[in-house]
Design a protein around this ligand. Structure first.
Ligand SMILES: Nc1ncnc2c1ncn2[C@@H]1O[C@H](COP(=O)(O)OP(=O)(O)O)[C@@H](O)[C@H]1O
Ligand SMILES: [Mg+2]
Length: 207
């Protein structure tokens, strides 16, 4: 399965979710390749420190993504692609080679607008590929009691994209890279974060 994380915006949780997904799949004894397609390379150091058997590849040229993914797919069980911010040719390449594309989205109107633009690019990719890839919005940094978060859930449901249960805004998610861990390795203080993240991982890998 080829999983792509993308969005037109940075800071929405692509890398956080991509690294957790790769760690989750590796824990299930799957042979995982992580493709860092973001020139900012914020995943590499974190991933290396997790000491899991995940193969890391850094690719930023769109044509190289196609070529490498096609070759790696013959050997790996799963490929996780952490995309850059923006609707660049690289983001389009991710959408053209992934089986599932996930768009994390923060709880602001600006984030929602950005996700809407990413959904348009996704829809174009689906038209050229007989409906592939399947697309999912991941509401992130949710503050359940805030009005905008509720608005966000409602708006996202009208965008014509499946919406996963998402993640709350929690310090444990932000602390994980600094502790060189994923949240389910962080003990009691990250109990709820861990529960939310594992629920999300089940939804992302289902079926
Ligand atoms: N649910 C969350 N709660 C709190 N902080 C979060 C959450 N998700 C992501 N973050 C933090 O927000 C910042 C941006 O996340 P990141 O995954 O790097 O986004 P992107 O890859 O889309 O740029 C990071 O500092 C990350 O730790
Ligand atoms: Mg990132």
């Amino acid at each position: 399965m080829i999983y792509g994380l993308a969005n037109s915006k940075g800071g929405v949780g692509k890398t956080t979710i991509a690294v957790h997904l790769a760690a989750w799949l590796a824990r299930k004894k799957r042979k995982v390749v992580f493709i860092e397609a973001d020139p900012q390379q914020s995943a590499s150091a974190w991933l290396a420190e997790l000491s899991l058997s995940i193969q890391l590849e850094r690719i930023s040229q769109p044509e190289s993504i196609f070529r490498r993914v096609a070759r790696l797919a013959t050997d790996a069980d799963d490929i996780v692609i952490d995309g850059p911010a923006g609707l660049s040719p690289t983001t389009r390449a991710v959408m053209l080679c992934a089986d599932r594309v996930f768009l994390p989205c923060g709880p602001s109107i600006l984030d929602l607008d950005a996700a809407g633009r990413a959904v348009e690019v996704l829809t174009k990719a689906q038209k050229t590929r007989d409906g592939e890839p399947s697309g999912y919005l991941i509401p992130n940094k949710l503050q359940k009691r805030a009005r905008l978060s509720r608005e966000m859930l409602e708006t996202s449901q009208t965008m014509g994209i499946k919406v996963l249960s998402g993640l709350s805004h929690r310090q444990s998610f932000a602390d994980a890279p600094g502790q060189a861990k994923v949240v389910w390795q962080m003990g009691a203080s990250a109990f709820i974060a861990s529960h939310e993240m594992q629920q999300l991982m089940k939804e992302m890998t289902r079926g």
